[in-house]
Design a protein around this ligand. Structure first.
Ligand SMILES: [Zn+2]
Length: 319
């Protein structure tokens, strides 16, 4: 197992980031917990990105027009749902918000590479599953998941016709991934999400999902886990039946937590850990390499859930 992390991941702009419910420093917080817990062992697991994703890499999925639009503060403010960002100068937005996300995007690309080499990898950032080729939304700017799949194919790490499984347990439906990969039928999508909250009216995205599990605030934490346990194995069996799956990307949002401001679900902390270990185990039982990405998490507790899951995975897969 490998853990991809850079100190460049944290997002911060003069404390204004606190106006958003997203804990934009959860990356370094989770990292520090892992450092305390794993000590020198972490050195063997750590992979550090050397640079952020380049413009040329981004152009593999995004249009030049969209990358140009990101120079307009209004455009970034809308994607982040944080109007105060529209008042910031372009260079501050680039340095304090977009650049950390480009580091996070590079981390997702590296996590996929490491997963294929080592079986399991985690990027302590990324999972921007609402970003589309021509539009950012829902706090997501760069389509790191589509970029990581593209890089794996381009580098020959998986074959051109390889099947890829995308598993999304973030509370929100991963509409950006669906739009970006709408015609790429080599990628099979499993999504368990709260169907009553954003982006609930994106029916084009929902039509692209191969296996839905719809949950809402009436589900108890145990019922959420039952729905996942009933849905995921059958999906993986059907996708692997006629052709092997060469890669899985697991988008493990912690905004399913009962204390989360935006997820609208009731999942307890111990079930987030159980969920993540279950998903990764289901993939490893089928010999599918898996790269886990953090995605959403809008409570002050989010980094603790990430830490617990990555610690659990390091106990199972860390040697
Ligand atoms: Zn979310």
């Amino acid at each position: 197992m490998k853990i991809v992390y850079s100190p460049q991941y944290d997002i911060g702009f003069f404390g204004l980031e606190r106006l958003h419910p997203f804990d934009s420093r959860k990356y370094s917080r989770a990292w520090r917990c892992l450092k305390r817990e794993l000590g020198s062992r972490l050195r063997d697991l750590h992979v550090k990105p050397e640079q952020p994703v380049s413009r040329d890499e981004l152009l593999r999925v995004h249009s030049a027009k969209y990358l140009e639009q990101l120079r307009q503060p209004n455009c970034v403010a809308a994607a982040l749902e944080l109007p105060i960002v529209a008042k910031l100068p372009n260079f501050v937005i680039n340095r304090c918000i977009l650049r950390p996300m480009r580091w996070g995007t590079k981390g997702s690309i590296l996590a996929v590479r490491e997963a294929i080499k080592n079986g399991v990898a985690v990027n302590l950032s990324g999972g921007y599953h609402h970003a589309k080729a021509d539009q950012g939304e829902g706090f997501c700017i760069y389509a790191d998941i589509a970029l990581a799949v593209d890089a794996a194919r381009r580098e020959g790490l998986i074959s051109q016709d390889a099947r890829v499984a995308y598993i999304d347990t973030d509370a929100h439906q991963g509409n950006g991934v669906c739009h970006t990969l709408i015609d790429d039928r080599r990628v099979f999508i499993f999504d368990i999400y709260n169907h009553t909250c954003y982006p609930c009216y994106d029916y084009v995205a929902q039509d692209r999902v191969d296996c839905h599990v719809r949950v809402n605030s009436s589900h108890t934490s145990g019922e959420y886990m039952t729905a996942l346990r009933e849905g995921l194995p059958g999906f993986l069996d059907s996708v692997t039946r006629t052709q092997p799956v060469e890669l899985a990307i697991y988008n493990a949002g912690t905004d399913v937590y009962e204390g989360d401001a935006l997820g609208g679900l009731n999942v307890k902390a111990e079930h987030i850990l159980e969920r993540d270990l279950f998903v990764v185990d289901q993939l490893r039982q089928r010999d599918i390499p898996v790269a886990m990405l953090l995605s959403g998490g809008y409570s002050g507790e989010s980094y603790k859930h990430v830490f617990a899951s990555v610690r659990g995975m390091s106990e199972w897969y860390g040697s």
